[in-house]
Each structure stands twice: as C-alpha cells, then as structure tokens.
Ligand binder design. Structure first.
Ligand code: NZQ
Ligand code: ZN
Length: 389
C-alpha cells in the first residue's frame, strides 16, 4: 500500500433534529451569512423556514442567493462571490444537493480574490489558497460534496464542465439529516445512487492488488447502495434506507477509500463532457457510461477485478469461469442501474446523438491519454460513446 495522509476535518451532525446546532456552529465563523440554495425544493419541503428560524434565533444577519442550477453555472458562482464582497459575508450556508454545495465552494473562494472565479476552473494552476468558511445542509444523497473538497462548475458559453479540488473548499460543518431526503424524487434517488456507485467503482477498479482492507470497505458501501436504493424508491420515508444511503454518499468520496491509491478516474471525466453539452443529470450519464466502460476495459489482465466485484458485491457463483463471472458482473450492474433503478439505459433515450462524440472524447482525454484503470485514448472513448447509443 502506498503512503498517504488521511485528514478529513469536516464536522458532521448526522440524524434528525440536528439543525438546533446550526446557530452555535455558525456564530464562531461570523455574523453575516450568505444563505444559498437551489430552485425551490427547500421552500416546498419547509426546510427553508426551519433554517431561517434557526438563523434568526442565533441573531445572524442573512443574505440570500437562491436559484443555483443543477450542473451549477459559473454565472451563479460569480454572483455569489460578488455578493460576498459587497455584503462583507463571513460564512456561506449551502442548503441543497451537490450543485448548491459545489457552487458555494467556488463563491467562497471567489470572494477572496480579485479575478474571475472561472479562472479557478479554466486555469488549474490558479491557486486556491483560501476561501470563506462553508457550512452545508445536505438534501440529496449523491455527490459527497458535503464531505469533500471538490466541486464541479459548468460554463455554457464555452461548453465546459470542470471540476477542481482544493483543501480550503472543504465544508467546516455538514448537517446530514436523512429525513431531508424523503422528498427526493425516485429519479433523483436513482441518479444519486448511480453517482455514489460510480465514485466507489472509480476507486475499486484498480490494477493495484494490495488494498484488501479498502476493497472490503468499498464492497460494503456498494452492497449498501444495492440493498437500500430500491427500498428508498419504494418507500421514500424509510429512515433506515435514507440514512444508509446518506452516510454511504459521504464515505464514497470523502478521501477514505482512496487512501494509498494512485489512480485517476475514468467515467467521471467522460461524463462531465456529456453534461457540459447536454445538461443531463450527472448520475444518469454515469449509469449509462459505466457498464459500457467496464465492457471496453475487460481483458485477461483486468479480469481479476471483475471477478472480485461480481462475487463479493453481487454474490455471483465463484465456481463459474472467471470470464463468465466477469460478464455476469456487468450484466448484474446493468440490471441494477437500468431495471431496479429504472434509469433509461441509452444516450438515445436522452436525445443524445453521435454528433459531438469526437470533440467530447478529445476533451475527455485532453487530446492524449486518459489515465485510470485502463488508459483510454480518444478512439477508446469514442467507442465507449458508440456503445452507449
Ligand atoms: O434545486 P432544487 O429545487 O433544490 O431541486 C434539486 C434539483 O432539481 C432537487 N433536490 C435536491 N434535494 C431535494 C430535491 N428535490 C426534492 N427534495 C429534496 N430534498 O434535485 C435536483 C438535483 O439537485 P443537484 O444538487 O443538482 O443534484 P446532485 O446532488 O446530484 O449534484 C449534482 C452536481 O454535483 C456534481 C455533478 O457534476 C453535478 O453538477 N458533482 C460534484 C462532486 C463533488 N463535489 O465532489 C462529485 C460528483 O462526482 C459530481 O460531479
Ligand atoms: Zn459523481
């Protein structure tokens, strides 16, 4: 196992009725709060009223930025950074899914510099040395943004969707109340689980052989997703299911399971090119791409990982031949994503044709090689896209 540093300093309040701690967590960070949220789900669910009641009780001065889009746009980030400067904001409070939390992260960093926040994304050498403190209240189990230092921002003018990680973007505190996800639609629940599954698969499918303990943890997380997503879809107010999914979403990407690995991701950079142009739901794009990517990467050298995955996660009979197990593991994952989670299984179903395949594939590998489980060139990525049609 390679050497690594493990340090995840996000304080998590997990469970029901934890919002009573909101004021005591915000006050030491400052009195002027920028409350940012998405397209209105928090108003429908009553969460907005609950949050503002807590903020008022704590005597905080609140400024609001609603309307953060799914696949958040750089213009929203710019607006938030401007508001932070104009109103001398001390702390950002992001209430929502990954899109709202991601946008808040780059507003928080943008508030500390004079340049356009898009430079953080377009020019990765631009330092992110500091950011205003961020507190998050998560309403959708999916991205893990509540416990990681990453964010992904779209720029519709350049058709780019770019991610970046930087330590100052870590939320200081995150509130994870599974009951806040009771209202998440079947579709978003399914997409969220597909996203989590992908975060784990991106780490799990590696050629490194000496990560037994982490492999077991990842298999446990994947089994949790397979077990509880159908339960949450069938019964949206199933606390046990929502709670297991929520905690799994954070642990799928909070840095723990990648300890010791030196592997780049494959499906995410490919998917980001897709949602940059078509503005689709990230988890759905991943659901379509992942089984095709697995199919493309399967050969005698990579076979062992498919066998381990199929037997330990889906309980496939280990007496079958390795290649049979590998093929069955792809079938079982596809069955989970497309039958159990009911996600349409092709680009065609999402209205996506092949017209942008060459450009998207070129961008995904930056004109060279996309490193990862199996290095992919433009032609490989185009082939994977073709399989998704
Ligand atoms: O905007 P509102 O009205 O709140 O509605 C949202 C939105 O329409 C709705 N929703 C959220 N919580 C709800 C709810 N509806 C009812 N009840 C609730 N409790 O769900 C819709 C999707 O929300 P969004 O925040 O876009 O979803 P998600 O959490 O999946 O975030 C996706 C974004 O995160 C990025 C993705 O690329 C995408 O832009 N990612 C961020 C990562 C990170 N920070 O590390 C990693 C991921 O791989 C991912 O790339
Ligand atoms: Zn993701």
């Amino acid at each position: 196992m390679n050497s690594f540093i493990y340090d995840i300093p996000v304080k998590v309040y997990f469970g029901e009725n934890q919002l009573s701690h909101l004021g005591e967590e915000l006050l030491p960070l400052g009195k002027r709060v920028l409350l940012t949220y998405g397209g209105g789900s928090i108003k429908k669910t009553g969460l907005y009223d609950a949050v503002t009641a807590e903020l008022n009780k704590a005597g905080l001065e609140v400024f609001e930025l609603p309307g953060i889009e799914p696949n958040p746009r750089i213009d929203s980030v710019r607006k938030g950074a401007r508001m932070c400067k104009e109103h001398h904001i001390d702390v950002l409070l992001a209430v929502g899914g990954g899109s709202t939390i991601d946008a808040a992260k780059f507003m928080a960093a943008g508030a500390c510099v004079e340049h356009d926040p898009w430079e953080f994304l377009a020019k990765p050498e631009t330092p992110i040395d500091k950011a205003l403190p961020i507190v998050s209240i998560l309403t959708l189990s999916a991205t893990g943004s509540e416990m990681d230092c990453g964010g992904v921002i779209s720029n519709p003018e350049t058709l780019d969707k770019i991610g970046r990680m930087a330590r100052p973007l870590l939320p200081r505190v995150s509130f994870l109340d599974p009951t806040l996800t009771y209202t998440v639609s079947r579709y978003q629940t399914a997409c969220g689980s597909a996203d989590m599954m992908s975060h784990i698969l991106e780490e799990y499918f590696t050629m490194e052989h000496d990560l037994y303990m982490l492999d077991c943890m990842m298999e446990g997380l994947m089994k949790t997703i397979v077990k509880y997503t159908p339960a949450a879809m069938a019964e949206p107010k199933n606390y046990e299911a929502r709670a297991n999914l929520m905690w799994a979403s954070s642990w799928a990407i909070n840095g723990f399971i990648c300890g010791g690995k030196r592997q780049a991701w494959s499906c995410h950079p490919i998917e980001h090119e897709l949602s940059a142009i078509y503005d689709i739901t990230h988890g759905h794009g991943l659901a379509i791409i992942t089984p095709r990517w697995m199919e493309h990467c399967l050969d005698e050298t990579t076979l062992f990982k498919y066998v381990q995955f199929g037997v330990n996660v889906f309980g496939i009979d280990s007496r079958l031949s390795p290649m049979e197990i590998a093929r069955e593991s792809i079938r079982r994952l596809s069955g989970f994503l497309f039958d159990t989670l009911e996600l349409p299984s092709t680009f065609t179903a999402l209205g996506i044709g092949r017209e942008h395949f060459p450009a998207m594939a070129r961008k995904a590998c930056a004109g060279g090689v996309l490193p990862g489980f199996k290095p992919l060139r433009q032609a490989d990525i185009e082939k994977i896209f073709e399989m998704c049609l």
